[in-house]
Ligand binder design. Structure first.
Ligand SMILES: [Zn+2]
Length: 420
């Protein structure tokens, strides 16, 4: 029987506290069972092929294409796992809801991960067929998500096979299968990944705005694992309770400072907002009261403000007061004309800006796409900040699919680490 069903080595998550998986995982069991069945059927033929022959085919993949099933000479060098041998499976995917093939392996244990892979699973194969089943199962899982699965041998001889899930030319995730060193003479440790580890990972921060009047929504948000920042409007009915929640759940907390929008937006920033008719002293005083009302926050971002943030003379006292208190300013960029980010840089203060709004459309699929887009930008630029709102759809998508960031190679990061 399996000693462990999942690695969870770095994640530390408890699957029992998770909500239902999102679309990527929701059909997981189904697809892996299906894959298992299909493979079983394919067995009738495969059973008569030696493992070497099957794997030898994988040694000459055509780049950019799935493995060809058509002939090539058996290559004994390509044998990865033999009966009784351990096989390491390193993956960038979360394996807490792994295909059943992994769960039915007789022996599981954790093994060391490196910076490129999130999980490492050690399996002992008691039959030659298990390896092929494992590979098939991974393929079935990914291909059900309409991605291409490429495979190629790992760089070091006999060190394994890398399976990469590709969306066009974009690598979504990869798994490396490699055999452990055979018993006997000393051998190097676990096979190293063929792909060079990134010097630093793509970092993503998520901020949820407009909190302060709905305790329940804030609680659901706070319960989502990871450093999702909570940006709180001052002087709302539940502002203090939400701040407490953020502290208790170790979420970064921000002041979501109301600022005057353009009239054309027809939006009311609410009481205690910063208005363009205020004097610099009034601005500093109004902002100061809001800052004082939420002690312990890490930074500030603007609520609305398409008029206010476009005016340097108005933003100047705002940024100076934030800087004086050692906080950062996150420019929400509610207007393309906002001067917040540029002015903050000129002042030499902690400054950052929003790249993506996650939920302009409150559709779960669109929100998930925005998450993916956020990760893509982070990979290009090193990091990226996304802002969302406490809509039920946003909270649900974050709750169910936040792991997509990790499996796509992005690291959810506390906002204060990116705003400095
Ligand atoms: Zn807002």
């Amino acid at each position: 029987m399996p000693r462990k069903k999942q690695t969870g080595k770095k994640s530390g998550r408890k699957s029992g506290s998770r909500k239902k998986p999102g679309s990527f995982f929701s059909n997981l069991i189904f697809f892996s069972s299906l894959a298992g069945l299909l493979v079983f059927a394919g067995w009738i033929t495969l059973l008569y092929l030696p493992l070497e022959k099957f794997l030898a085919k994988n040694q000459q993949p055509s780049p950019g294409k799935p493995i060809s099933q058509t002939g090539s000479r058996p290559d004994p060098e390509a044998v990865l796992a033999q009966k009784g041998q351990k096989l390491l499976l390193k993956t960038q995917m979360e394996l807490t809801r792994s295909p059943s093939i992994f769960q039915r392996q007789p022996v599981f244990s954790d093994c060391p991960v490196d910076e490129h892979y999130l999980n490492c699973l050690e399996m002992t194969f008691f039959s030659d067929t298990d390896f092929i089943l494992a590979e098939k199962s991974i393929r079935g899982l990914w291909e059900s998500e309409a991605v291409t699965v490429n495979s190629r041998p790992a760089a070091a001889p006999k060190s394994g096979l890398i399976l990469a899930a590709m969306n066009g030319s974009h690598r979504l995730a990869e798994i490396v299968l490699s055999a452990s060193a055979p018993p006997g003479p000393a051998k190097p440790g676990p096979a190293r990944p063929a792909i060079k580890p990134r010097s630093k990972s793509a970092r993503v921060a998520i901020v949820i705005d407009d909190l302060g009047d709905d305790y329940q929504a804030a609680l659901e948000l706070a319960r989502i694992p990871g450093p999702i920042a909570m940006s709180i409007l001052p002087f709302e009915s539940k502002s203090q309770e939400v701040l407490e929640l953020a502290k208790n759940y170790h979420k970064p907390a921000l002041l979501h400072m109301p600022m005057e929008p353009l009239e054309s937006t027809g939006k009311n920033p609410g009481p205690e907002a910063l208005l363009i008719l205020m004097s610099p002293e009034q601005v500093t005083l109004t902002l100061g009261k809001a800052l004082d009302s939420l002690p312990g926050i890490a930074g500030v971002n603007n609520h609305m403000g398409s008029a206010f943030t476009a005016m340097s003379e108005m933003m100047d006292p705002v940024l100076k007061e934030i800087n004086r208190r050692g906080l950062f300013f996150l420019d929400s960029r509610t207007s393309g004309r906002s001067v917040g980010y540029q002015l903050g840089q000129e002042l030499g203060m902690k400054i950052c800006e929003r790249k993506i709004f996650l939920d302009n459309l409150q559709d779960p699929e669109m929100i998930a796409q925005k998450l993916a887009e956020l990760c893509r930008i982070a990979k290009e630029e090193g990091f990226a900040i996304g802002i969302g709102h406490p809509y039920p759809e946003t909270i649900r998508v974050l709750g169910e699919r936040i792991d997509l960031l990790k499996s796509s190679g992005c690291e959810l990061t506390p906002i204060q680490e990116l705003c400095r």
